[in-house]
Design a protein around this ligand. Structure first.
Ligand SMILES: [Zn+2]
Length: 303
């Protein structure tokens, strides 16, 4: 995946957008044309032309009307439509892949471009703005699958058999909650709103964890410098699961469930690439620096 800076030709708002490598065919000099849907960069939709050097070199406006409540909605897929096309279990897998930012690949010999567009639009509308992934869903023929898949993709076929699940298995209770809360609401926009709030709240916790881990790394680095100790392992600082859980519980209270802790860590690991490992009391691979208790207290006051 490449991140490419896209700037809206209408309002000038910019965003970093992930573009899959396979879109750039080797040996071609032509720019590729990418459809930027509303909600990806800003509220406008437009075409971006991206050079084979992975730079946006031009834009074309598609419509100059800002999406708002009065505009007729182009996208029509709701949870119900998606459930009609798949089944409960697969929709839960989609939610999990959405949270973890795992690419979802549907193997099909048919042209699914319209559906894929709708799935991407629907699931992206559930994410906080900063975390959009417009290429969450893609489809390939069996022949092209190999060169486009990787070990982090969720892969299923259009006759609904699941071929690869890339994450550590933990129950889907939280995704099920999101789904059920959304499903109780008939109105499509209301559905999206309710689920988006739920997911944003979960993401806030993940981001709090990530910020805390980064801050710990920074404080340890400073402390090391102070005592003239250079630690070459500093960049490989591993955090264990129970360390992470303590940080979250301290902030969000004891009544956070074990399952939610597991999911928060899984998102931190997969989506944000945090260096989190299983609790392993025998491992002496990483020397943890003992900070004075007072320092740790101060640290958490600041967070
Ligand atoms: Zn715009």
């Amino acid at each position: 995946m490449n991140f490419i800076e896209i700037i809206c030709p209408d309002c000038g708002k910019g965003a970093m957008v992930k573009i899959p490598n396979h879109l750039f065919k080797k040996g071609t000099l032509n720019a590729i044309k990418i459809h930027i849907e509303s909600g990806i960069c800003c509220n406008h939709r437009f075409l971006a032309f991206v050079s084979n050097k992975h730079k946006a070199i031009g834009y074309e406006k598609l419509d100059s009307v800002v999406l708002n409540k009065t505009r007729t909605q182009k996208h029509i897929f709701s949870l119900k439509t998606i459930l009609d096309n798949f089944n409960n279990q697969i929709v839960l897998l989609f939610f999990r892949a959405l949270l973890l930012s795992c690419p979802i690949i549907i193997v099909s010999e048919q042209d699914l471009s319209v559906e894929i567009n709708e799935y991407n639009y629907f699931f992206n509308s559930l994410l906080p703005e900063k975390h959009l992934n417009p290429f969450l869903f893609s489809y390939y023929s069996r022949e092209n699958l190999k060169e486009n898949m990787n070990e982090i993709s969720l892969i299923l076929t259009d006759d609904l058999s699941i071929e690869q699940i890339p994450w550590a298995s933990i129950p889907f209770d939280i995704e099920k909650q999101f789904f059920l809360e959304g499903f109780q609401i008939m109105d499509r926009d209301g559905q999206i709103y309710v689920m988006k709030v739920k997911i944003s709240t979960l993401f806030d916790k993940v981001i709090y964890l990530i910020d805390s881990l980064n801050r710990i790394i920074e404080i340890e680095r400073r402390y090391n410098r102070k005592i003239y100790k250079l630690d070459e392992n500093q960049n490989d600082r591993i955090f264990y699961e129970d360390e992470c859980d303590k940080i979250i519980i301290k902030k969000y209270g004891e009544n956070i469930t074990k399952l939610e802790l597991d999911l928060i860590r899984l998102i931190a690991l997969n989506r944000f690439h945090a260096n989190i490992q299983r609790n392993d009391n025998n491992s002496k691979k990483v020397k943890k620096i003992k900070l004075p208790q007072k320092k740790i207290k101060n640290l958490f006051k600041k967070l």
